[in-house]
Design a protein around this ligand. Structure first.
Ligand code: CU
Length: 110
């Protein structure tokens, strides 16, 4: 019984990891940069921004989507966005795009 549970647990972990790898892409915000700064994903992909700084907050502001600035995320926080239409979506970190050229782009393809 114990052994069966372990096998099911491992199987579950494998499936969860596999699914995640297929549907989500992570961008790290660190040292006042988005890494990678430029990504290409398929329609329907969820992109996840993670703040890996020690203290600094950032934003990933998609002005092109008509959004307001000011959605700051702090160390340990994440933001997620799913892209449903093809296109090139430029975004900036509103507090740091001038001082550090902190910006990125998501290319969404069919
Ligand atoms: Cu920033």
């Amino acid at each position: 019984m114990f052994r069966t549970n372990i096998i099911l647990l491992l199987l579950g972990l494998f499936v969860a990891t596999y699914t995640f790898a297929g549907e989500a892409v992570t961008v790290i915000a660190k040292d006042y940069k988005f890494q990678p700064e430029e990504i290409t994903v398929k329609v329907g992909t969820t992109v996840r921004w993670e703040n890996h700084e020690k203290r600094q907050y950032h934003s990933a502001w998609f002005e092109v989507l008509g959004e307001e600035p000011g959605d700051y995320f702090f160390p340990g926080d994440v933001r997620e966005r799913t892209f449903d239409k093809p296109g090139s979506y430029h975004y900036i970190c509103e507090p740091h795009h001038e001082s550090h050229q902190m910006k990125g782009v998501v290319h969404v393809v069919e």
